[in-house]
Structure formats: structure tokens, C-alpha cells
Design a protein around this ligand. Sequence first.
Ligand code: ACO
Length: 326
Amino acid sequence: MKSYAKITAQGSYVPTKVMTNHDFEEMVDTSDDWITTRTGIKERRITEDNEYTSDISYKAVLNLKEKYNADLTDVDMIINATLTPDYKTPSVASYIQSKLNLKNSGAIDINAACAGFTYGLNIANGLISSGQNKKILVIGSETLSKITDYTDRSTCILFGDGAGAFLVEYTKNNPSFITSTSGSDGDKGQNLYCTELSKEMFNNHLENEGYIVQNGRGVYKWAVGNVPRIINETLDKANLKTTDVDWFVPHSANARMIESICEKSNIAKEQTLMSLQNFGNTSSATIPLSIDLAMNEKKIKTGDLLLLVGFGGGLAYSTTLIRWTI
Ligand code: ACO
């Protein structure tokens, strides 16, 4: 019999320390007005020095467990999307597996930068639909503050820390997942990078080793030029139009950029969910955080159609069109 996958619970966690736009005025040559008008960001959350991605992932899962009284004892896979893992190995997912004492669970981290969470959801859907797994935790979590250069005004004002988690389960009917699209424009990878072992790709123009370096304008141009096409490709597969979608949930990178994308795609501002005003760009965590905020505000209802669109470093992208089943 065919297996399907269904989202049954969601949770989140953000660190308690708040960094406002005014805090940046003390650190670099910027202003609240510049940041608000150019990005839409007002605040972001920052982890303590000894607080890492695994810590906030774990707290997001505990939040999910508590809110939905979710039984996690039979989780058989953990997928943690992040570009800021505590270690190269062990993975963040292994840490969660150990902390929750999930004896029968696999554990993997994936890195698709800001597209990581939607990639994670699509992988979870594939694993459950093919019968390999039955209950999967998908987490998007980042501590970008640890790889942010706080002397570079063009990047430091953007990034924040946070985590979101979904529980995806086997179901015989009423699946969440309708269709998806994924891809990558790897030729444009130099627009957004953080070096580690190899520096080959950057020849002699390497900047700021170990910190995020971004050609903001390059990414902006790419996103406004390509994301509307990616949205159409996804909806075409399901024979739907943007007006059929209840909630559009793009990666929260920049409000102005999202407004341009929405305008090109005929998506109303009122149907767009963002988390950047409160939390900044938290890469793989922005999409589950946007959904969490909207759930708290009781915006999303069971049966609503949601289009999630992740894009960023790579430049990689991944969409998923889902029917909300919580
Ligand atoms: N405060 C004041 N002035 C600033 C600041 C700042 N914080 N940062 C840059 N400026 C200045 C620049 O120096 C420049 O000055 P100049 O004209 O004298 O040279 C001017 O503002 C314009 O700079 P731009 O970089 O062209 O500004 P832009 O309007 O493009 O905004 C931004 C920059 C916010 C970074 C924007 O390009 C952006 O958000 N890009 C997309 C980011 C994104 O989507 N990233 C992908 C996901 S992230 C991930 O995957 C981890």
C-alpha cells in the first residue's frame, strides 16, 4: 500500500538575548532607518558564547513536544538543516538523538544554507513515502552570530540565531506534501560564502576567512530574477495559481526583496509570512520561525495551502507545496 507523509507538530526556539538596530548604531556606521528601509529587520536574537546550534535545536524540539504532547519515542530519523553545526562531526542531529535517547533513530545534518529546511522536509517526505521511515524530526537551526563579522556593516545587520522543528509522520491518507521543486545555481556560489577547508574557488580575491561574506546585491538580483520562476514551476506541477495559495512562506532574507518577488508573482502582502522583523535572517530557521509566529497568531488553519520557498547560499533553492494538517 502507498505511504504518505503528514506534518503533525511544529515548534521553535530563539535565544533570549535581543540585538536591536540601535545596538548596531553603536558598533558600525549605520542607522535604524537604513536597516529598516533596506531590509525590514528591527531585531534579532543572539546566542550566548557557550550556546550552540545543538542547544537551540534541542529546545525547539522540546517546544514541539510540549505544545502538541507529541510522542517522540518512535522517531526513526532526525534531519537537522544547518550551516553552523557545533562540530564537523558529530552532527547536530546525533546530539538530538542522544539527548532524546532515541535508540532507533538515524541522524543526519544537511547543509543547503537558507534552503536547508525545505530540502529537509522534501527528504523526509521521500523517506516516508518510499516506506523507509515512519516518523521524522526535521529541524532548521542556526547560530549565524558565530560566523558574522561585526565590523562589516553590510552583513552584520542581517543575521540572527534561531531554530524551528517539524514532526513528519507516516499516514495512509490526508498527506501534507503535494509537490516540490529543487535546484541550484552553483556557478553563482561566490556571491555568498564562508570558507573552511578549501579556498580554491576564490582564487586571490578571498575575503574575511571564517566569516560570512556576501555580495548582497548579487544575491538580491538573482533572487528577484529567479524565485518567481521557481514559484511558477512548483505551482504548474500541481496545476495551481498563486491565488490558490493561502500562505506564501519565503526564506526571510530581506522584506524589500520579498515584496519585489511577490509583486512579480501576483502574491498579496497579506498572504506572505515572514520572521525577519523579529529575528533577522536566520537562514535555515526562517521558514519554520515564520510558520511558528503565524501559528501563534492563529493565522494558519487546518487545510490551508502553504507554499514554502527556501533559497540562499549555493545558490541553492527548494520549494514545497503543502496542505496544512495540524
Ligand atoms: N548601513 C548603512 N549603509 C550601508 C550598510 C549599513 N548597514 N550596509 C551597506 N551600506 C551602504 C553601502 O556601503 C553602499 O554605500 P555606497 O553607495 O556609498 O557604496 C550603500 O549602502 C548601498 O549598498 P548595497 O549593498 O548596494 O545596498 P542594498 O540596497 O543592496 O542592501 C543588502 C544591502 C541589505 C545586503 C541587500 O543587498 C540584501 O538583502 N541582499 C540579499 C541578501 C540575501 O538574500 N541573502 C541570501 C540569503 S542568506 C544565506 O543564505 C545565509
